[in-house]
Design a protein around this ligand. Sequence first.
Ligand SMILES: Cc1ncc(COP(=O)(O)O)c(C=O)c1O
Length: 421
Amino acid sequence: MPFDLRRIRAQFPSLRVTDDGRRRLYLDNPGGTQIAQPAMDRMTAYLLRNNANHGGAFRTSVDSDSVLREAHAAMADLLNAASPDEIIFGPNMTTLTFSISRALGRWLKPGDEIVVTRLDHDADITPWTMMAEDRGAVVRWVDIRADDCTLDMADFESQIGDRTKIVACGYASNAVGTINDVKAVVDMAHAAGALVFVDAVQYVPHGPADVQALGCDFLACSAYKFFGPHTGIVYGKYDLLDRLAAYKVRPAENKPPHKFETGTQNHEGMAGTLGAVEYLAWIGETFGDKPQTPNLKLQRRELLRKAMRLMMDYEREISRRLITGLSQVPGLKVWGVTDLNRLDRRVPTVSFTLEGWSPREAAEKLAEQNIFVWDGNYYALAIMERLDLQKSGGMVRVGAAHYNTLDEIDELVEAVGRLKK
Ligand SMILES: Cc1ncc(COP(=O)(O)O)c(C=O)c1O
């Protein structure tokens, strides 16, 4: 066990909430995680002491701007961005992606090509296909390998060519948990002169994301998936953000990141995101070795990397337990990577279908026992259609996070095993 789960769980007050004495078993994490105490503390402190609009001369506005700068710096540390000015906050990943796709669309001409994948959440598909329609661009689709729900990398290579301008690719699938080889995608796309937009919403809560090591041009995530509040974040290379024209009002600043942060932002959400990053750094500090770097500015990055590696180690154990247990249930099929030697290719989001049960019926039955799992397509429409599961209600998704215990996993597996008609 890489960390003391009791201390981890003590950081999440909602894990102690019961319904008439019945525990809640949160396995709905890919839809949104529980929020860490430091994130809540930052939000309340912001609303109590700093609540003001941006750019004023007076105390609360000056303090508010300083918290917002800290939030940008924290996200730059989490994603290992070169500068906090490469971090854009917004309402959520979907809205930000629509905004960036439209801004990028102004660089496209008819006949240019955009590549999307069938493994992605629709938030990394439709913003691109709609923009393509506006600009007369062509959309090319990358297929998956149906046996293990990984991207077909040979197909990926064949879809990228001289006309490719943008490649949109997920880091980890919200439907079946597959982790994609994003570095290979970036290298292929850049060799063709295309830009890469990475949807890391489902990766950031589970592993160390490093935009400089990946070399990606944009990377999106959502704080409510990594123990913070409902806020979205996009990283973009500074030079690109500087050159792109933002859809913004005239009086607003015209420099990154502010030119993309239109209107008044969710300040308390940004403060809460800062708290979520502080929570992750606390994991690195509490359960990891001492930082090697003497550079104070880089220490938090090191702590965050450590925290995410510790989390990954533990979550692989969760995946192993989940896949092993669920696979033994008669009539149950686990979708995605099930090879226990390839657990590095997945996050602990394990989806299944069960003979004789619609996903909704199974989720309802588990809900009766206060076990929270998702059913349906969870907006990963393309893969459900590709696997021909959309008509039958998609899959049941069991999505674990680092605060789930192995006992909880066993409890879920037993409850699924008891599902009988
Ligand atoms: C992989 C993935 N991408 C994008 C999104 C959309 O994120 P948001 O709710 O922040 O718009 C989600 C949400 O579930 C997701 O799982």
